[in-house]
Design a protein around this ligand. Sequence first.
Ligand code: ADP
Ligand code: GN1
Ligand code: MG
Length: 359
Amino acid sequence: MKHDFRGVAPHFQIYGDLLSAEPYGSGHINDTYCAVFDQGGTRVRYILQRINHHIFKDPPALMENIRRVTTHLGEKTAGVPERSHRVLTLIPTREGRSFHRDAEGNYWRAYIFIENARTYDAVESPEQAFEAAKAFGRFQKLLADLPAPRLHDTIPDFHHTPKRFAALEKAIEADAFNRAKPAKAEIQFALNHKAITGILLDTKLPERVTHNDTKFNNVMLDDATGEGICVIDLDTVMPGLVLYDFGDMIRTTTSPAKEDERDLAKVRMQFPMFEALLRGYLTTASEFLTGAEKQFLAFSGILITFEIGIRFLTDFLAGDTYFKIHREGHNLDRCRTQFKLVESIGQQEAAMNKLVETI
Ligand code: ADP
Ligand code: GN1
Ligand code: MG
């Protein structure tokens, strides 16, 4: 056991007896646990999370963002049935704070468990793509009037692709783990695409409150109806471009393969998934998107997939210190799927743009 997650639960305003607590989910960054409590004879689950403070350097600021965002979402959905199923709800500590700091300096938070819904690591149908995009679009819409001040940047320059590219160049040059050789083809692919990195930043696009990590397994789909019921993983909610969010939806919701699939023949952008994604997103986002934003919707998929690809490649070259890995070469495998997908989206970009124009 890496952390005393059982010892953490009593610090939150959760009543009854702790029955069990086990690691949960497949995120790359935080440590997530499901804690089960007996409350008067009923088993109630909660989510406990240790924030990765090596990656998120200012957890109190991050939690201030999450508190503000979840409060705003809660207010905007007041009166909606099953609100705590549709919006993440933080459980305060016994002192009324949004996080608990343990003796080792770890930061913890607790959430109401969203029951009768689940996340998927790979998309299974166009309906799922539609629902995920609709939920993320609604999320952006509900946060459009978040009162000032500006949210904290929980990771500065998170989607600054040219800076991500510069970090890759540094890792290639250092080659600290002698891994440039096995990654030769991927490094070449990355270098060949350097010119696309600045395209969105060079275009004047509005800054909005965005999620910034809209991968498919960060939205919970209702088990019974399939509805995109709740957007989760709010650590990176901060000022950004909506295209970062839509790009990451294309990246994770149009290919049938998992992010770490080794059989690259399975990796491809499926047009019907893109169409469903676009239609789902526009049901909620069309009322605020500008013409310039619409113009880059398809391209955002190429850019964000490339950006995450170079981040995996950088981490592989630098010795796997950022993303959790579960096997040797895991980050290189992930990079390969991303680059294969960049090619596949690129081949269909013109048709994707045409579709955007017709909707
Ligand atoms: P990470 O930043 O590591 O990706 P997430 O916040 O996405 O962490 O949580 C990891 C997984 O835990 C999610 O993919 C989801 O399956 C599950 N999860 C997170 N929050 C909840 C919640 N409130 N209710 C139910 N499941 C959740
Ligand atoms: C990480 O936390 P998780 O697993 O949802 C990462 C994202 C990447 C994603 C790639 C804070 O997301 O930026 O796109 O992995 N989150 C952070 O799967 O770096
Ligand atoms: Mg996640």
